[in-house]
Design a protein. Structure first.
Ligand SMILES: [Zn+2]
Lengths: 298, 319
């Protein structure tokens, strides 16, 4: 895929679609209630220009914002059994999947891509909350394993953007088994000496947080992201107390030593590029190496 | 005093009648009850067998949660000699929801780790009903490190509804603790045998359950979320927990079929809680057999096979 297909076309389609409905041209910031023109919001990567509130960002826009010139290739992930449990709650699981696919235009919750980030070939995978709450099922598990495999093969760093309500309950125990399966993927990266960077986005909770999302070499979070294991309501019922508003927010996790840093979305690419270059013993882009020769030649 | 589960009421009635007759005969020796008692006892035994050979997933969940079901301490007491409990995570505290220690199991050194729910009000409080905080998982990691350092096989006994959903648990990073514990299980270079002895609840169970071999007691359950939780989230109606228990495929038989566990350990008729010693002995036999197979393998092979087993899950044998 090229830049045109990944970036331009969806944007053109979006613009055309929205022309019919003038209401959609303006979006209200849920934090400060200011109205924001859709193009301004898009240009700001869904960060409110008035209050810096970080709204959720779709997979295509995220990938385009990180790779150099928005250029990347997506990777096909091996198929998984569809609905192995023949699961049905209020709806049949395959129907829920179909809905998610038509709503997001994606096959599954995690998209795997690779391309240059500040000149360094990098694997970036995005877990999209819009696809069934980003839930971790067999397909998402395979996507993470695949990401690790190509990262090792290409000796390229792996950056994973997490977002999920938790496990894909409709896959029962097979979704739970993605916790150890993805952990194996992280161990493989570690043993191969490949940097694994996690960027926690809003929200990252449940079994996802209790596996690959907390096992990064570097743990970054976007401002204000909800990051926690148990649901707020469950905790409140357990301790019979009301929790403060900032409970389980990125800032709370930073205070409690669970993440390395909170990075503004507009500074994310710079931070990632800098971190990767240091971890990979690569010189600063565009400057001669200041590292001692023996380190730089590694 | 026996605790009867809801679906055991017809059995309770028959067994109650037998008791009454016995009491009657005791008070008035001239009454002959032998035939009647034998008949009733046979009927009760038959009913027990019929009931337990066709338990629904929801009923199995009740059996898995039965207050008299053998717990970690019961297995350790009867199977592990010289048990030497070890406490603390060396970081913050001691969490009795997960117990562990050194011991001898049928001639070999072992490290045993598992959830303990407690069996009366006082011990349930002490063990927090088997709901572990981060310290429990970090202690488990420490004990696995220890086991590996001294080449000692590890046995984990899993029995929890999940990790403790409290604010202190969150503050001290329960998600990270679970992730690291899972990670440690998967990188171990000594044999690891995991047995789901009661409830395998979500990530709090996974953290101790990533063995080379994973065994489940016949009426144990293992699931991504409790049926009650699934009902309230997916059906938006907590009364649908029975449907959720069936739909989620949580039984040992389901999991064996899905290739998630390796072996189902049969329970005595009427469940583990009726013949506790027999159950513990049979679980011991199963664990010993598995350890014998694994003890022949070197560390790197144990680690590789364990990983391959997890990577194959869902890829093979599931349609
Ligand atoms: Zn705003």
């Amino acid at each position: 895929m090229n830049w045109i297909t990944n970036v331009v076309r969806p944007r053109i389609q979006r613009v055309f679609k929205k022309k019919d409905t003038p209401d959609n041209l303006w979006r209200k910031c849920p934090a400060c209630n200011e109205m924001i023109f859709h193009r301004d919001l898009e240009a700001a990567l869904n960060v409110c220009p008035h209050c810096d509130h970080h709204m959720r960002l779709g997979t295509a826009a995220r990938l385009a914002s990180l790779f150099d010139d928005g250029q990347y290739q997506t990777v096909t992930v091996a198929g998984v059994p569809l609905d192995p449990l023949k699961f049905r709650d209020q709806k049949k699981y395959p129907d829920r999947l179909k809905e998610a696919r038509s709503k997001t235009g994606r096959d599954e919750a995690i998209t795997v891509a690779h391309g240059p980030l500040d000149g360094v070939e990098t694997i970036i995978s995005i877990q999209d909350f819009a696809f069934m709450g980003g839930s971790l099922g067999m397909a998402a598990g395979e996507a993470i394993i695949k990401s690790a495999e190509i990262a090792i093969e290409k000796k390229a760093p792996f950056i994973l953007f997490t977002a999920a309500g938790g496990a894909r309950m409709q896959e029962g125990i097979l979704s739970l088994m993605q916790m150890p399966r993805t952990t194996v993927a992280v161990e493989m990266l570690r043993e191969a000496g490949i940097p694994y960077i996690v960027v926690l986005t809003d929200p990252t909770t449940g079994g996802v947080l209790a596996s690959y999302a907390m096992l990064g070499d570097i743990q970054i979070s976007e401002p204000g992201a909800l990051i926690g294991f148990s649901g707020r309501r469950v905790i409140e019922q357990t301790i019979r107390e009301k929790l403060p508003d900032d409970f389980q927010k990125a800032e709370f996790q930073l205070d409690h030593g669970m993440i390395d840093m909170i990075v503004h979305r507009h500074k994310l690419k710079d931070t990632l590029a800098r971190t990767i270059r240091i971890l990979m013993h690569k010189p600063k882009l565009g400057t001669p190496s200041t590292l001692p020769a023996r380190t730089a030649s590694r | 005093m026996h605790t009867y589960l809801d679906f055991e009421k017809p059995i309770a009635e028959l067994e109650g009648k037998v008791q009454e007759l016995r009491l009657l005969a005791h008070e008035d020796p001239s009454v002959s009850i032998t035939d009647e008692v034998a008949k009733l006892e046979q009927k009760a035994a038959q009913l027990l067998q019929d009931t337990y050979s066709s338990l629904t997933p929801w009923q199995k969940l009740q059996v898995a949660r039965h207050p008299r079901r053998p717990h970690f301490v019961d297995y350790v007491e009867r199977l592990v000699e010289d048990f030497t409990p070890l406490a603390g995570d060396r970081l913050f505290g001691e969490d009795a929801a997960i117990m562990g220690g050194l011991g001898r199991f049928r001639g070999r050194s072992v490290v045993v780790i598992g959830h303990e729910k407690g069996s009366d009000t006082q011990s349930r409080m002490k063990h927090n009903f088997g709901l572990a905080r981060p310290e429990g998982y970090r202690k488990a990691i420490r004990l696995m490190d220890l086991a590996e350092r001294f080449g000692i096989p590890v046995v984990t006994l899993v029995d929890t509804q999940g990790a403790y959903p409290g604010s202190d648990s969150e503050e001290r990073g329960v998600a990270e603790a679970i992730a690291r514990s899972t990670d440690r299980c998967l990188s171990l270079k000594v044999p690891l045998v995991s047995v789901i002895i009661g409830e395998g609840g979500s990530g709090g169970a996974v953290a101790l359950a990533c063995g080379n071999r994973i065994l489940m007691l016949e009426h144990s359950v293992y699931s991504v979320i409790s049926p009650e939780g699934a009902a309230s989230i997916l059906w938006r109606d907590s009364a649908k927990a029975k449907d959720a228990a069936t739909a989620m495929k949580i039984t040992a038989q389901n999991l064996h079929q899905l290739g998630v566990i390796d072996r189902v350990l049969p329970e005595p008729i009427g469940g583990a809680h009726r013949e506790r010693h027999q159950m513990i002995k049979e679980a011991g036999d199963g664990i010993e057999e598995e350890l014998r197979g694994l003890e022949k393998l070197d560390g790197a092979t144990l680690k590789r096979l364990r990983r391959e087993k997890f990577l194959a899950m869902g890829r093979v044998g599931v349609v």
